[in-house]
Design a protein around this ligand. Structure first.
Ligand SMILES: C[S@@+](CC[C@H](N)C(=O)[O-])C[C@H]1O[C@@H](n2cnc3c(N)ncnc32)[C@H](O)[C@@H]1O
Length: 223
């Protein structure tokens, strides 16, 4: 039987749930209170794709401004850093301070310590605040704050995937920028919502790990 050690717990602001970090023999995972596994250091193919694919599509990625929400285990951030240039600026918004601390500890070894990269800035707080504040600022906005468009971690995250949330993200994006969303499963309603906002939408199905097994969904949306 596998043995897991509980390393830390963190309350999720604005809700009554908690995140818990566990360590196994040679991996880590983060669970939502109630038992749902949110992230694992063993499976991050789709998290990598969320960071890499939109940045690869940019005409000029050398000085790209990228917003990633949230940090999780840092794989999306690390994948975006690997693609953009030396003058790029990547902001990672993370709601839970403990998640940032966990990434600064031994968990960070799994993603290559992207928080230590001089191009990275951490915004401790709700990514929704940056979506509302910024105007035509980011080249890429890559969002993975929940299990998908239905807020599971936190009910208020539903706004991010609503029409007003998408509209706010579009205002924060440069006119030729790319919006990217991660989801554990396909969601026709969300896909259609992006199209209703006037966007061209590409839906990509990506393996969670390796070349077979579970797939996750990424939407790339642009004008
Ligand atoms: C599924 S994980 C992200 C996984 C990440 N893509 C990776 O590469 O590991 C979701 C993260 O978003 C954070 N989060 C949830 N709601 C948020 C919000 N509204 N703003 C910023 N971060 C949020 C969670 O604390 C968690 O760390």
């Amino acid at each position: 039987m596998r043995h897991w050690t509980l390393l830390g717990e963190a309350p999720i602001p604005g809700g009554d749930k908690k995140l818990a970090l566990y360590q196994g023999k040679d991996d880590f995972f983060i669970k939502l209170s109630g038992g749902h596994e949110l992230m694992s250091t063993r499976k991050h193919g789709s998290e990598d794709a969320l960071g890499a694919i939109p940045c690869q599509r940019l005409q000029q990625s050398g000085q790209a401004r990228v917003l990633i929400g949230g940090l999780g285990m840092g794989f999306t951030l690390a994948a975006a850093l690997a693609v953009v240039g030396s003058q790029a600026e990547l902001t990672v918004a993370e709601l839970i301070p403990e998640v940032v601390e966990w990434n600064r500890g031994p968990l960070g070894d799994f993603s290559g310590r992207p928080l230590d990269d001089p191009r990275t800035r951490v915004h401790l707080g709700d990514v929704a605040k940056l979506l509302r504040q910024k105007r035509e600022f980011y080249d890429v906005i890559a969002l993975d704050v929940d299990n998908g468009p239905e807020g599971l971690t936190r009910n208020t995250n539903t706004w991010i995937y609503s029409e007003p949330g998408i509209t706010a993200a579009l205002s924060a994006l440069r006119p030729d920028g790319i919006l990217a969303y991660w989801s554990a499963s396909p969601d026709r309603v969300f896909h259609d919502r992006l199209r209703r906002c006037g966007l061209m939408v590409e839906e990509i199905s990506v393996h969670a790990h390796g070349k077979k097994g579970v797939r996750h969904t990424i939407w790339l949306a642009s004008f």
